[in-house]
Design a protein around this ligand. Structure first.
Ligand code: HEC
Length: 99
């Protein structure tokens, strides 16, 4: 009886934490699905420029993906569609791991 009284609130807390935290954004998977066709699976460049070893910071890449840049060519004039802020950050962090 005492244990179940402890377990139930614990269960509720665990559940609410897992519901409020965003699903873990997987930058590598997003890159493969949304970027690799233009930038190459290792970021070596294809239609789009090489991203491996880019001088851009993670924040600059995130901003490019979430807001776009009028000075850039498509598809980066505008934000990448359907990419959440968390996805953008995760994929930007992944780009920075490419060497
Ligand atoms: C349809 C092809 C295409 C897709 C998809 C695409 N890109 Fe690009 N990307 C380009 C092109 C083309 C440029 C060059 C734009 C320019 O310089 O005007 C570019 C430029 C960039 C740059 C700037 C590189 C630099 O050195 O200035 C970054 C960073 C970048 N892309 C990241 C990404 C990421 C991350 C994704 C996936 C979320 C992505 N791109 C999806 C084609 C694409």
């Amino acid at each position: 009886m005492r244990i179940s009284k402890l377990l139930i609130p614990l269960f509720i807390i665990t559940l609410s934490v897992s519901l409020t935290l965003p699903a873990f954004a997987d930058g590598g998977a997003t890159f493969k699905a949304r970027c690799a066709m233009c930038h190459g699976p290792e970021g070596q460049g294809k239609v789009g420029p090489k991203l491996a070893g880019t001088a851009l910071t993670e924040d600059q890449i995130t901003t490019l993906l979430t807001t776009g840049d009028d000075a850039k060519k498509a598809p980066h004039k505008k934000a990448i569609s359907g990419l959440s802020a968390d996805d953008a950050k995760a994929v930007a962090a992944f780009v920075k791991t490419l060497k």
